[in-house]
Design a protein around this ligand. Structure first.
Ligand code: SAH
Ligand code: SF4
Length: 348
């Protein structure tokens, strides 16, 4: 998409509360206008200043001269037979990301992206294969959730940052988005129902442990054998499994919260007896929940999922060792919305 002169103006969605107060001060406006504007942006999700009907007309045009209200534009929405919907959403500069809405009765879970593409290069992941285009801003992450909420016309009850991208390679924006999702001025989603998933960026795990909110942490483990993990996840090779083990120990000590470990079962790669034993050893005695995910096949990849029987066996053996474990059922597989299948390709 061509850059129009409009795009040169700053996006009001990117303003912090302090920056908004500063702008209103410059315009000779009282402070309470900030709250009104934030409500229009973060709750109602309006796309033009004229819709901000409780603002004086002069203020609406003054704002329109100084900034844009760039939200997201829907390029495609695919609906799965299980009711989930996958969206391709485009930002002002033409960059597009995918996100997914998954309804279950009165509940609506959203899977959002933190980056366009991903630079971590995991060998089993469609996003990894495409490389990183750019990181998203906090409002770009938030706006995905707002879009899904409005499309379903339902309250969002949980958010997982498990779409495209490595959230901890975009830490500040991701945390700001999570805070806004959690805030009563934003979407008011309980912190425990907001989950961030990382491939294991150790310094950021330790930083995250010090954040005051009760957000949920998921770590993509995929193998507790160093050689296998290095092959599957080359982007985190520089941190050993021992580093990860210690960092997670610190995380649990500091927060008292149970982290989730994601483990996508890949036939002949990480589903052997040795791999299972290493996984049990990694988790045993620690506060942990293991999510066994059947690998979703990615076009062009040589990896295949393990058998359902093997997945069941993993769960049984973990539970026998006192480790909480479940098999995660992927939603939206028929529209390529399942884990690791999100890419930027456009389908019609
Ligand atoms: N970058 C983050 C979050 C996004 S990926 C991370 O890696 O944790 C969300 C989850 O999907 C991760 O656990 C990831 O390892 C998993 N995943 C990626 N490709 C997959 C595939 N082909 N099948 C199943 N899960 C996959
Ligand atoms: Fe990136 Fe996560 Fe995919 Fe790895 S699994 S390439 S970290 S999105």
């Amino acid at each position: 998409m061509a850059t129009t002169p409009q795009n040169a103006l700053p996006n009001l969605h990117d303003y912090s509360h302090a920056q908004l107060l500063e702008l209103l001060d410059e315009l000779g406006q009282p402070k309470f206008r900030a709250k009104q504007i934030e409500e229009w942006i973060w709750d109602k999700g309006v796309s033009s200043f004229d819709e901000m009907t409780n603002l004086p007309k002069a203020l609406r045009s003054a704002l329109a001269e100084r900034c844009t209200l760039g939200g997201v534009e829907q390029v495609v929405c695919q609906v799965s037979t299980d009711g989930s919907r996958k969206y391709l959403l485009r930002y002002g500069d033409g960059v597009a990301v995918e996100c997914v809405g998954m309804p279950t009765g009165p509940k609506l879970a959203v899977c959002a992206s933190s980056q366009a593409g991903c630079g971590m290069g995991c060998s089993f992941c469609a996003t990894g294969a495409a490389g990183l285009t750019r990181s998203l801003t906090a409002s770009e992450i938030y706006d995905q959730v707002l879009h899904v909420r409005d499309d379903f016309g339902m309250r969002v009850t949980s958010v997982v940052l498990m779409g495209q991208g490595e959230p901890f390679a975009n830490y500040d924006a991701v945390l700001a988005a999570m805070r806004r999702l959690n805030s009563p001025d934003g979407m008011g989603i309980g912190a425990r129902h907001i989950t961030v998933s990382t491939c294991g960026v150790i310094p950021q795990i330790l930083k995250f442990a010090r954040e005051p909110e009760q957000f949920t942490l998921a770590v993509s483990l995929h193998s507790a054998v160093q050689k296998t993990r290095n092959m599957l996840m080359p982007g985190v090779k520089r941190w050993s499994l021992l580093n990860l083990y210690e960092a997670m120990g610190t995380y649990v000590d500091m927060t008292g919260r149970r982290p989730t470990y994601e483990y996508a079962l890949i036939r002949g790669v990480n589903d052997s007896e040795d791999e299972l034993q290493a996984l049990v050893d990694f988790c045993r005695g620690n506060l942990a929940h293991v999510n066994i995910i059947q690998l979703n096949e990615v076009p062009g990849s040589r990896f295949r999922p393990a058998s359902d029987a093997r997945a069941g066996e993993f769960v049984r053996r973990l539970e026998k060792a006192g480790v909480e474990a479940t098999i995660r059922i992927s939603r939206g597989a028929d529209i390529d919305a399942a884990c690791g299948q999100l890419s930027q390709k456009k389908r019609r």
